[in-house]
Design a protein around this ligand. Structure first.
Ligand code: BEZ
Ligand code: FE
Length: 311
């Protein structure tokens, strides 16, 4: 019978001893071949294949390997409760954005996703439609943001959550700047019966990622600037829809085409229109002010909420 014949065939012996640089990879893969979890087996097998291939391609020297291990360890040492240098390293290598783009399809007009980033905090103030998220009187040009939240079938989503956070006109989040009130420039809104949202803020500025650690040293060695272009973070969520975590970028922002975290998806560039005369369409704001109209499209799926990386 076929099964008993199959039982008699002994498996091919696993390679165990190294003959040359090429035999190492197969021996390592064979050692991991009994991993019970099939996804872990697949991921680790590919990781070893690519890592070993990379080392052979660049002919990594002993000194370079030692340096690289030290750099990786220093990422951990520079990581603490309010800063994650490991994630920052993934960000400036484009890894975080690659994972985000890969896992956020734009099929059927869905709005692209973008990084949650390290500055998302829970417990943002809850505001009514049209309210202002600015809690201080620091200077900055007013910005009126509005739009509609829809499903991929075009249905406007009433009662959807629109949560926003941004840096100030000097490029600092509230938790980085002792002069700002707690949870300044953050807010939770809900869409009206037509799926519309609107809020008032100030035009954000771009800002640098931290450069005092090993990631900063890498950026300097690569002659790269550390800046992100001006943006507003959004979480848009509704029951029965996949939660959208994204960012909207100012079209005239400095460094738009060279974001240090590679986060600027073409479809996430919004038009900031400067009005230097007349009155605002809502909010009673005297000129000069900016407006930004940006719609969001969610796909059916599960509503989830991200875990804040900081308090
Ligand atoms: C942010 O968008 O807030 C951000 C993302 C990645 C690194 C640093 C900041
Ligand atoms: Fe940000």
């Amino acid at each position: 019978m076929e099964t008993s014949i199959a039982r008699q065939v002994s498996p091919a012996p696993r390679p165990t001893l190294i003959d040359d640089e090429h035999s190492v990879t197969g021996i390592v893969q064979a050692a991991m071949a009994d991993t019970a979890d099939p996804r872990l087996r697949q991921v680790m097998d590919a990781l070893v294949r690519h890592l070993h291939g990379f080392v052979r391609e660049v002919r990594l020297t002993d000194e370079e390997f030692e340096f690289a291990m030290g750099w990786l360890a220093s990422l951990g040492h520079a990581t603490h409760a309010t800063h994650n240098e490991v994630v920052l390293a993934a960000d400036v290598l484009g890894l975080s954005t690659l994972v985000t783009v890969m896992n956020n399809s734009t099929r059927d007009g869905r709005t692209p996703g973008a990084l949650l980033g390290p500055f998302y905090r829970a417990n943002a103030p809850r505001y009514a439609c049209g309210d202002c998220v600015v809690q201080d009187d620091a200077p900055g040009l007013p910005l009126l943001v509005s739009g509609t939240v829809r499903g991929t079938d075009g249905t406007p989503l009433a009662g959807a959550l629109v949560e926003v956070w941004q840096a100030s006109p000097v490029g600092l989040y509230d938790n980085q700047d002792p002069t700002q009130p707690d949870r300044n420039l953050r807010g939770c809104f809900h869409t009206d019966a037509d799926g519309g949202y609107r809020f008032r803020t100030v035009r954000p500025a771009g800002y640098p990622v931290p450069t005092d650690g090993p990631v900063g040293a890498l950026l300097a060695a690569q002659q790269r600037h550390p800046y992100r272009p001006a943006h507003i973070h959004f979480i848009v969520a509704a029951p029965g829809y996949r939660t959208l975590v994204t960012q909207v970028f100012a079209d005239e922002a400095d460094k738009l085409a060279s974001d240090v975290t590679f986060g600027v998806h073409r479809q996430l560039v919004g038009t900031l229109q400067l009005h230097d005369q007349g009155r605002s369409p809502w909010g009673e704001v005297p000129a000069p002010f900016y407006t930004l109209d940006f719609d969001f499209t969610l796909e059916p799926g599960q509503q989830t909420f991200p875990k804040p990386p900081i308090d």
